[in-house]
Structure formats: C-alpha cells, structure tokens
Ligand binder design. Sequence first.
Ligand code: EPU
Length: 301
Amino acid sequence: MRISDKAVARLAELGAEVRRGVSMADQTSLGIGGTTDEILLARYATIPEVMRLLADEHVGHKFLGGGTNVLIADGELPWVMLHLPKANPGMRVEGGAAYVDASADLGGMVTFCAKRDLGGMEGLIGVPGSVGGALRMNAGAYGTQIGPHVREVELYRAATGEIETLRGSEIRFDYRHTSFAPEDVMLRVKLELPSKPFKEILAGIKVCNEKRRASQPLNQKSAGCIFKNPAGGSAGRMIDELGLKGHRVGDAMVSDRHANFFVNTDNASCSDMLKLIDDVRDRVHKSCGVELENEVILWRN
Ligand code: EPU
C-alpha cells in the first residue's frame, strides 16, 4: 500500500518517517513477505495522532516488531507497516527492576540485565526478536517465560486510542498468548528480576545456548516453532515421528534438525510455506487426531 504525499508530509510533522516500497522479505527472519510502505514511529508521544491520521486516510496498518515470528503474504501488501526505531533503545536498571524499550533486542536485554546481576531470564537468551514481541506472545523457552517478570507495560492501546500504562496484574499471560489486542503497540516495560551474580547467570545462559544449538536450525531462515505444543505433547516430536523432516513445498521445508521449525531454504514464497503448514497440520490430524494450532502469526492479504 502506498501512502499519499499529503499524508507523508503530515506524518513528518509528527516525527514519523516514511520509507517507500520496502520488502518484508528483508525484514523477517523467514525471509518471506511482499512489499509496502513503512512508517517509523520515532516519537512515541505522537503515536495516537499518527493512528488517527491513518484512520482518516483509510490507510490499513500492521505493527512489526523483530519480524521473527510472523509469516507475511506475497506481493503488494494492502496495509502499511509500522515500526519503532531500533537504534539505541532505552534500557536501565534500578534496584531489582529493569526499564526497557519494547524495540530492544530480547537477547540484548537479557545480557544487559545479567551484567547488572539481575537474572531469571537465562532461558530467553536465544529467542530471536524484540522485547515488544516477547511481551505480546509471552515468549518462553527452557522453563522461563517473560510474563511472570512483567510489572508494568506502557503501550499504545487500540481500544482507547491513547498511550496507557497497564500493571502486570492487569495483563493475562498464557502459553504463547496474552490479553493484549492485536493492534496494541508495546512501548516500554518494567520487569522485576531476581538478583543473581553475573557468573551464575552466564553459566545458565551457556547451558541454554548449547541446548538450542544442539536441537534447532539456528543458521537457517525460520520463524522458530510453527505450531504451539498441544496440551501434554510436543508438535515437533509428532511431526518427526511421521517422518516429515525434509518434507517440502517449493523452498519451504520441514527442518531436518527440529521438525517444528519450517525453514526457507532459498526463495520460498508465503504461499509455499502456507501449503506446507496446511499439509503438515492435516497429516498430524489424520494420524494423531490432534489439530495443531499455529504459533507463527499469519498476515495474509
Ligand atoms: N523432538 C523430536 N523431534 C524433533 C523435535 C523435538 O523428537 O524434531 C522431541 C525432543 O527430543 C524432546 C521433545 O520433542 O523430547 C521436545 O522438544 P524440544 O525440547 O526441542 O522442545 P519443543 O517443545 O519442541 C519448545 C518451544 C521452543 C523452545 C523449546 C525449548 C513451543 C512450540 N516450542 O519446543 O520455542 O525453544 O521448547 O524450551 O513451545 C518457539 O516458540 O518458537 C520455540 C522454538
């Protein structure tokens, strides 16, 4: 979608920069996605006004965080993409609390806190993506989830059209799901973390990194796990037991390292990846009677 020159000029006055015709394949860890205009929301305070302007101009929009858990449609996209600036995100520690901008890299935040003797998030070290994305999805790995550490979230709330601060107790954090609305934009978070010596945290981080390296295709283009684990089961093990590692549609392939990771081996389209997802879901359903639910977020046009 293309933004009118008039809207671009008004957005500039609000401190929002427009980039024309950006390929989402370059913005996502899967390396898949069509083209659209992007708006960089450099001034948080003006976000409500930017949203009102987009509504007045009938410009549909979606917000992209780290781009590591999303599968985006091919071709010219019927919405514009919103981003927060990624350079120099705010991060500070005060006592047992960390105050972090949502645009910060999740792993960067874990290490920043570790160096200040705040731990509890070792398991999250290798989860790719932004702090905002981790909040929205309640990211987790190796027995750690971000949700229990959250004390406050500052966000643009689509329901009210304003920037608000929610207390942790007002937010529901479930397995890879939260009570945030899809159009809410995470801005900042306050986390409460247990105090731990840096050396101890580092040892925990090393263990998680090794486990991840041994079981996940880290050097290939993927969006992490494609399906949520069903209650009491493992989607990866079920797909593996059906002999589907290496199964492919075009350049979209079930990883031969971890069967719940679907990788883009070269130039996969969104349509290839969707066909592979549907095919694997059907096969698991037929063989195991379990309907796997997507973990990856789909933006179709
Ligand atoms: N397994 C297989 N074959 C496979 C993959 C896994 O047999 O191809 C078996 C493993 O041997 C193990 C069991 O299945 O016995 C579980 O596998 P793993 O420990 O890799 O964990 P997972 O349940 O597949 C979850 C998260 C990951 C997270 C890891 C580590 C989900 C959907 N996945 O994977 O998160 O990194 O645990 O804590 O909850 C993500 O969210 O994108 C993600 C990758």
